[in-house]
Design a protein around this ligand. Structure first.
Ligand SMILES: Cc1ncc(COP(=O)(O)O)c(C=O)c1O
Ligand SMILES: N[C@@H](CCOP(=O)(O)O)C(=O)O
Length: 534
């Protein structure tokens, strides 16, 4: 299907130093009148299609169509720009001052700064600022829902802000992202008196959690490193079940060995079977997540196994695109609140970074207030917040139904504190009963959420009750995993088999004998229906 679109004359491209040469109606540039040619929808605004389109202005509806014997990677290769890419990114120490000169190429294998602190991926913001907010909004919007490699992915549709220098050929993607933003109409109205409540379903994804967003970036970079003959024999992580699922799926897709360290008997069966099925080398270790994390850090320091946990700041570059996507889905209007469940605490910073980049680059004029929600059984950030950021203490994380956030010593604590302080943020917590009730309530209104999303919903309920979040505030709750990964917790709840929990919203199945009379009896009782007297 071809349609007409306007492209600027190629002379603009040759005169400018800009890496993205196709843009229309861009107020920042004074340039020759656009020439109108026909192009396939998939090549609109595709920076890598510059060469083929701008070299030949002959109107031809078929020109940019994929050839019959071409796949989408071949097509992307054919459209690749020969223009010099002027965008770049590098590792820098996290939150370093302006005088800091320490930095590393993304092609180096490095997870920590010289002083042992966290790293961050720093983009060349001056180069990005050569394009205004309207340009970026239009570019990102033009790519949604297409199959153009790699921009059809919600992550890679923002490639210039993620890994600007990677060759599309090296990208390993499942066209992740672009997850639905669900208007929680009934839940909002019935339980909170809200009418502008939204749930960002990051868990409706390739491996069932938001981890896919970060893993496509990390595994793509590993793919590149291996092609550059860097010593990477495999990729490893410690996991509470979602990181390991994403890692093993993306590695399997790329033919890269993956190794996962799992705390024995602490993750769901659905999560456990994912890396097994994807051919990962799975170590079930008799410790908790924090113990696994310590081990993988030690092992990756000794062996050429690339570390895939969010200690590795590459992951957060992918995860931040969920924030950009939320703005995009609201037509670039900024919500008042975004609530994110927190464990190892990379994601809350990723959201902050996504929102902040949109503000700094002029796509929006403010950022939302962030709330990080923790399970009371694994709440080191909550305790730190309650101490008014006085003293951070790692805790021994206790068992929680929100098992993916059973983490007592989060590696990204500094990133989380930074995100919260700079977004006027709040930390809340949820007890086991609160999070399970919230999950059941949400499910009863048509969702099927994971217990971690129950933690986030509990935070919302508490902040609504205290009046911090207003009835009319536009609020987004981030749902981080698919409910189908955590069915055992729902079975336990609805069977009322949880000690010391009332399970007040349980909806257990009714056992009934296989005869018409018995079925009619229970139905009439359920419906409150009395048979008319004759
Ligand atoms: C389902 C789910 N929700 C929330 C989180 C918390 O994310 P983060 O570790 O980035 O805080 C995790 C992992 O930790 C997770 O797997
Ligand atoms: N919930 C995570 C815990 C590890 O987090 P990461 O983001 O640092 O990889 C998991 O699923 O393993």
């Amino acid at each position: 299907m071809a349609y007409s679109c306007s492209l600027f004359h190629s002379s603009l491209a040759s005169k400018s130093n800009f890496p993205l040469l196709h843009h229309r109606n861009h107020p920042k540039f004074n340039r020759p009148a656009p020439i109108v040619i026909s192009c396939s929808s998939s090549s609109t605004f595709d920076p890598s299609s510059t060469t083929s389109s701008s070299n030949n202005n002959t109107p031809s509806p078929q020109k940019n169509r994929r050839l019959a014997d071409e796949n989408i990677r071949d097509e992307a290769r054919r459209h690749r720009s020969t223009a010099k890419n002027t965008l770049s990114a590098k590792y820098v120490p996290f939150n370093a001052g302006p005088d800091c000169t320490e930095s590393y190429s993304l092609d180096e294998i490095v997870y920590r700064s010289r002083s042992g602190g966290l790293l961050d991926v720093q983009h060349d913001m001056e180069a990005l600022k050569k394009f205004d907010g309207a340009y970026w909004r239009e570019l990102f919007d033009s790519r949604v829902g297409k199959t153009t490699w790699p921009y059809g992915s919600g992550v890679w549709s923002k490639k210039e802000w993620v890994l600007p220098e990677i060759d599309p050929d090296d990208i390993v993607s499942a066209f992740e992202g672009n997850s639905n933003l669900f208007w929680a109409e009934r839940f909002g109205k019935q339980f909170l008196g809200m009418n502008d409540l939204w749930v960002k379903h990051c868990g409706i994804s390739h491996t069932g959690s938001f981890k896919d967003l970060g893993m496509t970036v990390l595994v793509s970079q590993v793919n590149r490193l291996r092609k550059l003959k860097r010593p990477v024999v495999g990729v490893g992580c410690a996991s509470t079940g979602d990181t390991s699922a994403a890692l093993s799926a993306y590695c399997a897709a790329a033919g890269i060995p993956s190794i996962v360290f799992l705390p024995a008997n602490k993750i769901s069966i659905a999560q456990l079977v994912q890396p097994i099925a994807n051919g990962a080398f799975v170590l079930s270790i008799d410790t908790d997540f924090d113990g696994c994390m310590k081990l993988i850090r030690e092992v990756t320091a000794e062996l050429p196994i690339y570390l895939a946990n969010s200690l590795n700041s590459l992951r957060l570059e992918g995860q931040k695109t969920a924030a950009i996507e939320i703005l995009q889905q609201f037509d670039w209007e900024v919500p008042d609140w975004v609530i994110v469940p927190g464990g190892n605490l990379g994601n809350i910073y990723a959201f902050y970074k996504g929102f902040k980049m949109c503000q700094e680059l002029g796509l929006v004029d403010r950022i939302p207030r962030l709330v990080c929600a923790q399970a009371a059984n694994a709440n080191p950030l909550y305790l730190y917040f309650k101490s008014e950021w006085n003293e951070f203490k790692a805790v021994k994380a206790n068992t929680t139904f929100a098992s993916a956030i059973q983490i007592g010593d989060p590696v990204s604590i500094d990133r989380a504190v930074y995100a919260l302080k700079n977004s006027n943020g709040i930390v809340e917590e949820a007890t086991e009963e609160e999070l399970m009730d919230a999950m059941a309530q949400a499910d009863s209104t048509g969702m099927f959420i994971c217990p971690h999303t129950g933690v986030a919903l509990t935070a919302l309920m508490k902040l609504r009750k205290s009046g911090v979040i207003g009835a009319g505030d536009r609020t987004v709750v981030v749902s981080t995993a698919h409910g189908l990964k955590f069915t055992q917790s729902k079975v336990d709840y609805h069977s009322k088999e949880i000690p010391d929990m009332a399970c007040q919203f349980a909806n257990p199945p009714m056992q009934v004998r296989a005869d018409f009379g018995s079925v009619m009896d229970v139905l009439m009782k359920y419906l409150g229906y009395k048979a008319p007297k004759h």
